[in-house]
Design a protein around this ligand. Structure first.
Ligand code: SAM
Length: 305
């Protein structure tokens, strides 16, 4: 990411959620009633019109087939996992690369029970905090903002903000890993493994390595990538896909880094589980996998290291 520019991709994924949430319940893939309020003024205006917002997403689908379905499906998947985690008694929620994620403000069971840490690049987080204040009139007590550039700093800044490494914590890392270096991904995973309480877990999506190498076997991936480059090149804040994991190897990738109970999900699972009862179907690209994993006990770093 460019140093002082907030993330454009965070704005675009929020727009997709806003457009989807305006649909009737029987047609939407996920529901984020606050998404529209988190958008910048022009996109907020555009999202007010269901027809115009739908048209924008329709164009995005033509340019990058399956990408809107992927963004919306992963939001639903992560929402469902967060709900279960809250029921299971997490004490902390850490949202890595939070962008305009509205979960801290729309999920029952967080305020008063779970401390939420929103970690993001300082440039994006500054804008997010202004938008939270605009929306709620203040920054809520249960949410702590931690500005971190994953490429330059370690997550240890969390400790300065009251993060407790003994507590059961759920980490969400949605739509971020592919923009980071392998070193930053490894350091973040190492922090999670070495600094979280028993039963802690992480959920994130990751690009398949073949996508980065341009050797994808699916025409859909190539079309999506080309579209990404076409719309992305003049617009992005320097967020390019640079990190990926070889398809079919996420289990060993995470096991080697101290995780267990690794559940991998792909776009086809979204179609068969989430989209099957809806009155609309959605394509899901084969660019990314989605994974949830628990921290294996015995990997914790000694106190103060
Ligand atoms: C596609 S957005 C995803 C935002 C949000 N998680 C969502 O799903 O809507 C990518 C996010 O990664 C963050 N990001 C990208 N590079 C980063 C870096 N080097 N350090 C910290 N955050 C970064 C951006 O600020 C942005 O919030």
């Amino acid at each position: 990411m460019k140093k002082n520019k907030p993330s454009l991709t965070a704005e675009l994924t929020t727009f997709a959620r806003a457009a989807e949430s305006a649909k009737p319940a029987t047609r939407r893939l996920c529901y984020d009633p606050l998404a529209r309020d988190f958008l910048n003024a022009p996109l907020r205006l555009l999202a007010k019109s269901r027809v115009l917002a739908g048209l924008v997403v329709w164009c995005a689908e033509r340019l990058a087939p399956g990408v809107p379905g992927e963004v919306l499906g992963r939001t639903k998947y992560i929402d469902d996992c967060l709900k279960t985690s809250i029921e299971d008694g997490i004490e902390q929620l850490v949202i890595l690369g939070a962008g305009y994620d509205s979960r801290p403000y729309r999920f029952d069971g967080l305020a008063g029970a779970v401390t939420v840490f929103e970690v993001d690049h300082p440039a994006t987080q500054r804008v997010k905090m202004r938008r939270v204040e605009r929306l709620l009139g203040r920054l809520p007590n249960h949410v702590v903002f931690v500005p971190v550039d994953f490429e330059e700093e370690k997550l240890h800044r969390l400790f300065e903000k009251g993060y407790d490494r003994n507590k059961k914590t759920f980490f969400i890392w949605e739509g971020v890993t592919y923009y980071l270096s392998a070193k930053a991904v490894d350091e973040t995973l190492a922090f999670v493994v070495e600094n979280s309480g028993t039963g802690s877990s992480i959920i994130f999506d990751y690009a398949f390595q073949k996508v980065l190498q341009g050797a994808a076997d699916a025409g859909q991936v190539n079309r999506a990538l080309k579209a990404w480059e076409r719309i992305g090149a003049p617009l992005t804040t320097d967020e390019h896909f640079i990190f990926g994991v070889k398809e079919g190897t996420i289990q060993e990738f995470l096991a080697a880094r101290g995780f267990c109970q690794i559940e991998n999900v792909n776009g086809d699972s979204f179609k068969s589980s989430y989209f099957k009862d809806l009155k609309q179907s959605a394509d899901v690209s084969h660019i990314c996998g989605f994974v949830r994993a628990t921290v294996r006990s015995g990997n914790r770093a000694p106190q103060g290291s």
